[in-house]
Ligand binder design. Structure first.
Ligand code: PEP
Length: 268
């Protein structure tokens, strides 16, 4: 990772929290030591954004998990970037695999949402996805290029975008991506940016990895050349999140007991 790119961790609570769970997770995140060199963001359901913002430490930012592509209108059930910003969200996650696969969001719709979110002043975590079938048919590069071709023209300011590579085949499947598989795709994405957008954007844009990242796997992944952080789902609901935020500069937190690597024998 280049020193100019600040390490970035997004813990996405998805639709797995209520008010009291947010209170306990925020208490945990207030009590532990979080590496301030990491930019740390929590993805929260829209209806709890203000609640989370009021409870989380001020150095932890809040992200909405979606938004619509226009500012206002007759769009029942939707929220605009301006609305989520007013509730405390600085960031918006767009193109998450669950939005794409469950809710049928297309590359084109996601691109329109990105343009509008940026024009409204939000920062965006834009997700691109590799499915199992892409990998099995060696179509990863083509699938990512298709998503990047839709996304890149929509980005008016790359300094407010973090690109998240989502290995869908390694999320909740019990199959983990190896560090070399992750590095290969992150490099592919950075090269795509270099060739199609420009060297400055390729060097400065943070590219993060998503796919069952845990306390056990984050440190090895954090040392990869092209990796600038993580987007985490299930680990965002556990104390694992602290280790992931601190993956580049690990230190014991007061919630963890340090277990010696070898048994300690006492003199009889
Ligand atoms: C996700 O769904 O974006 C995700 C990264 O989840 P998990 O960490 O549980 O794989």
């Amino acid at each position: 990772m280049a020193p100019s790119r600040r390490f970035f961790v997004l813990g996405n609570w998805k639709m797995n929290v209520n008010a009291s769970r947010i209170e306990s997770l925020s208490r945990l995140l207030s009590e532990v030591k979080l590496d301030r060199k990491t930019e740390f963001v929590v993805g929260c359901p829209s209806c709890y954004l203000s609640h989370a913002r009021s409870l989380l430490p001020s150095h932890v930012a809040v992200a909405a998990q979606n938004c619509y592509k226009v500012a206002r209108g007759n769009f029942s059930g939707e929220v605009s970037p301006a609305m989520v910003q007013e509730c405390g969200a600085e960031w918006i996650i767009l193109g998450h695999p669950e939005r794409r696969t469950i809710f049928g969001e297309t590359d084109d719709l996601i691109a329109q949402k990105v343009t509008h979110a940026l024009s409204a002043g939000a920062k965006v975590v834009a997700c691109v996805v590799e499915r199992a079938e892409d990998r099995e048919s060696q179509l990863t590069e083509a699938a990512l290029a298709r998503q990047m071709q839709a996304l890149a023209p929509a980005v008016t300011d790359w300094s407010r975008v973090v690109l998240a590579f989502e290995a869908l085949w390694a999320s909740g499947t019990g199959v983990l991506a190896t560090p070399s598989q992750v590095q290969e795709v992150l490099y592919m994405l950075r090269e795509w940016l270099r060739l199609n957008v420009g060297s400055h954007v390729a060097e400065t844009t943070r590219i993060i990895y998503a796919g069952s990242v845990s306390a056990a796997t984050c440190q090895e992944l954090a040392s990869l050349d092209d990796l600038d952080g993580f987007l985490v789902g299930s680990a965002a609901l556990k104390p694992d999140l602290v280790s992931i935020v601190n993956a580049r500069h690990p230190r014991p937190s007061k919630l963890f007991v340090v277990i010696p690597a070898r048994p300690v024998y006492r003199k009889a």
